[in-house]
Design a protein around this ligand. Structure first.
Ligand code: GDP
Ligand code: MG
Length: 177
């Protein structure tokens, strides 16, 4: 086969959304670069990162968008959402307030993008067992009620990070193919 046929057929735009400091930038840093930052400031500045992935032997480029901290001011623009086919909707299991914001983020996502954008609800910081404020059952129940995929992750210890991104990419691929 030619080089053209071998090159990627798919480019999926996926957005990271959720309250400030839930770990969005670190989930991306962990997934795309295998890195973790204790100080969140060091993660600011990346607009998106493109990651090659494999689904059923097909090469897929996941273009994963991260905010530059503008969610702090509720100022995530429509350009951020434009063309997104997937979303990771992230809260922090150690801060219930970030879970309470999920409904608002879901509204914003549906206002700015296609209704059937593949969405996974992510309870991040699963390593913070002693500080947990949102139970796994609570996360699961919301996901089921809203028709979302669900996973708890830790960008710190890597648990479920790749699985979360792979779930979204695989499901987008299944819908499109
Ligand atoms: P963002 O504002 O949503 O992008 O959040 P950041 O990725 O900047 O993370 C905010 C803070 O939470 C930083 O101090 C990170 O080191 C920390 N953090 C991110 N993910 C995890 C995690 O899975 N576990 C723990 N314990 N801390 C995390
Ligand atoms: Mg960030």
């Amino acid at each position: 086969y030619s080089q053209e046929e071998k090159s990627e057929d798919y480019l999926f735009k996926i957005v990271l959304i959720g309250d400030s400091a839930v770990g969005k930038s670190n989930l991306l840093a962990r997934f795309a670069r295998g890195e973790f930052y204790l100080n969140s400031k060091s993660t600011i500045g990346v607009e998106f990162q493109t990651q090659k992935m494999d689904v059923d032997g097909k090469e897929i480029k996941a273009q994963i968008w991260d905010t530059a901290g503008q969610e702090r001011f509720r100022a995530v623009t429509s350009a951020y959402y434009r063309g997104a086919v997937g979303a990771l909707l992230v809260y922090d299991i150690s801060r219930h307030q970030t879970f309470d914001s999920i409904g608002r983020w879901l509204n914003e996502l549906h206002t700015h993008s296609d209704m059937n954008v593949v969405t996974i609800l992510i309870g991040n910081k699963s390593d913070l067992k002693d500080a947990r404020e949102v139970s796994t059952a609570e996360g699961k129940a919301l996901a089921e009620a809203q028709g979302l995929y669900f996973m708890e992750t830790s960008a710190l210890d890597s648990s479920n990070v790749a699985a979360a991104f792979q779930t979204v990419v695989r499901e987008i691929y299944n819908i499109l193919s």
